[in-house]
Ligand binder design. Sequence first.
Ligand code: P1T
Length: 379
Amino acid sequence: MKFNTKTIHGGQEHDLAFGSVMPPIYQTSTYAQSTPGGHKGYEYSRTHNPTRHALEKAFASIENGNHGLAFASGLAAIDAILKLLQSGDEVISTNDLYGGTYRLFTKIYEDFGIKFHFIGMENAEHIEDYINENTKLIWVETPTNPMLNIIDIVTTAQIAKKHNVLLGVDNTFATPYLQQPLDLGADIVMHSATKYLGGHSDLVMGALVVKDNGLAERLYFIQNASGAVCGPQDAFLALRGIKTLHIRMQRHCENGKAVATYLVNHPKIENVYWPGLENHPNHEVAKSQMNDFGGMVSFTTKGNNYEEAIKIVENFKIFTLAESLGGVESLAGHPASMTHASIPKENREKTGIVDSLIRLSVGIEDETDLIADLKQAID
Ligand code: P1T
């Protein structure tokens, strides 16, 4: 099955009871048993729920994996991965990543004795300098949030394999429409399904997909034992969202390109970060591992003035000033004071999250309206 068919049919069966084409929302916590253990495969909804199960099969299908897991949020999904580790283990992570992931790593898991190295991975060979016998996980966001750096997944996977270390890739920004990390050698692919997979800014959810049966078994154990599962209503909404992922992503990419091109030519703009630009430092790697370049665009203004950046985001009429990304509507954010405020200023600025940085999640509205909105807000 091709990707555009998988988004609609991948892992899906018509409902066994009445043949409903869309999966029923099994809004139940528990299932009747004829005798202790005598059930129809479902016992309790933290462990299994048919609507969630349908979604988990869809996740696995679109990411070319064998096993999918749905969580209550993206961070709950990352949390489940970290529970594979033990005190004394070490993790090597991209230095540019979602502020909430950084906070989970440094404010929760460092206290449990896990050591994190946050490094620039644009030159993947650099990763090997940080590997030792305690290293258990390499954590990669690509494109990174919010600087849109691109990490070479194939080379990173080769390094991970050589040292017997797990490679997890946060595929939230790209989605499987643009890149499929498991096919490039990653062990775990993760999503904040809150974003493009859900696609309509109406749910909070996380996803994991793996190929390996043993790894899946450990993650299912953690999912059930820790319990951060999503509810059946949200599972239904995510299933509905995934069915249009391919056409939404196509438009996100087209509009992303139009916005990036407009900003590059604007006299008040200093830097534009979008992996499709030929002068993007990792453009060649992006071309080799992505089918297109997505709808996330970040930029800074000349003079790097905090007040000016705040004024711009306040001036938008179509772009909504809000956290999050990946919905059909365009959003704008100011990472230094919003999504990445939990990263100390000194660390933030080292990776480029300066005071004038604005991040756009370019939606699927008409391109000319988006450009006009940028023009009036910046001018
Ligand atoms: O919000 P949640 O569903 O828990 O997902 C966390 C997360 C993980 N990974 C990436 C790359 C993310 O962007 C996020 C969430 N990000 C935002 C809310 C944001 O505005 O960047």
